[in-house]
Design a binder for this molecule. Structure first.
Ligand code: F6R
Length: 322
């Protein structure tokens, strides 16, 4: 798993040329619906927050938005190609949308008809293939005229930045992981961008370290969760608060966080603040993702858990297929 996490920038570089040429439709798509679950679906969540000028919906249900039409570009992202929610999304959306894009390593999805298919290498756990799954997405947006600027130079810089940073990120994660042992991690982000990063942390802590984890976002949690925070008191010693900071967040959110920390000071004392490195929001986002990935790995190691198998997910999928 450590090697897999390390390979994120290598995956980005390898995936740069994975998108075949396309025939552009006469009308540019007006909206994107990204379908995918778990380790695959997070790639469309990342896309949605990094390209806020385009209406992009990350769909994570059997059903699909009813407003999908000929001007919709639908992304079907499933590493295995056999995820039933995504296959059902394809069945519902394929006859309605103007452009169908499939991103998969194989399975039933790879046999479906689409305007564009991106084949990615098999043999990884889906959550360990983020570079292969995410990189094609901005390139697809560019191919279909939804973004003007070619994303490849930025993605190349991102990969180089992560390559340079990965050892330092890994060391930082190793140093932090001990604080997660035996704790319930509660991860608060302070922007929509970092809310997706917090989701990734939660999923990686769940699947690699096999632990429960809770996430929420400021300011929304200031309107509800803040009241319950620290109750029941018996959990406080075993709760670890992690604040993921977006350097571009509103200064009002910083003020909110400061006041919040004063309010909970006597009840919750285990707090970690994460301030990302990177020259732009994409680099900072992926830096923080890699940090969470490594923490989940080191936490698994410290608690004697094998980070690779996700037996419950596999068992559930098998039972559903019966
Ligand atoms: C397993 C993992 C899961 C899967 C999810 C969907 O490593 O991360 O969250 O990603 O069960 O399966 P795929 O990605 O094959 O569509």
């Amino acid at each position: 798993m450590k090697e897999i996490i390390n390979s994120l920038p290598d995956q980005i570089l390898r995936a740069l040329n994975s998108v075949p040429a396309v025939q552009r439709p006469t009308r540019r798509p007006g909206m994107v619906i990204g379908c995918g679950m778990g380790g695959s679906g997070i790639s469309t969540e990342i896309l949605a927050v990094l390209y806020p000028a385009i209406p992009i919906v990350a769909n994570k249900d059997y059903r699909v938005p009813v407003y999908a039409d000929r001007r919709t570009l639908a992304l079907f992202v499933s590493y295995s190609g056999n995820t039933e929610e995504t296959l059902n999304n394809y069945r519902l959306l394929a006859p309605k949308v103007g452009v169908r894009v499939i991103i998969t390593s194989g399975g039933a999805l790879s046999a479906k008809t689409a305007e564009l298919k991106v084949k990615i290498p098999a043999g990884l756990p889906p959550r360990g293939a983020l570079g292969y799954l995410y990189t094609p997405l901005p390139i697809v947006l560019h191919r279909y005229g939804l973004i003007r600027k070619d994303p490849k130079p930025g993605l190349t810089n991102l990969a180089k930045f992560l390559m340079k940073s990965r050892n330092a990120i890994s060391r930082k994660a190793s140093a932090l992981a001990g604080r997660f042992v035996g704790k319930l991690p509660v991860i608060y982000s302070d922007s929509a961008l970092y809310s997706v990063v917090a989701n990734r942390w939660r999923c990686q802590l769940n699947e690699n370290a096999k632990t429960i984890c809770h996430t929420n976002v400021i300011p929304e949690m200031n309107h509800n969760e803040i009241v319950g925070l620290g109750r029941p008191k018996k959990f406080n010693r075993d709760t670890l608060l992690v604040f993921l900071h977006d350097p571009e967040t509103s200064p009002r959110n910083l003020r909110r966080e400061k006041i919040m920390k004063e309010i909970i000071r006597d009840d919750l004392k285990n707090i970690i603040d994460i301030d990302p490195a990177g020259r732009n929001c994409t680099e900072r986002m992926f830096w923080t993702i890699m940090l969470g990935d490594f923490i989940s790995f080191y936490l698994a190691k410290k608690t004697g858990v094998d980070p690779l198998p996700v037996k419950r997910i596999e068992y559930l999928k098998k039972r559903l297929a019966q």
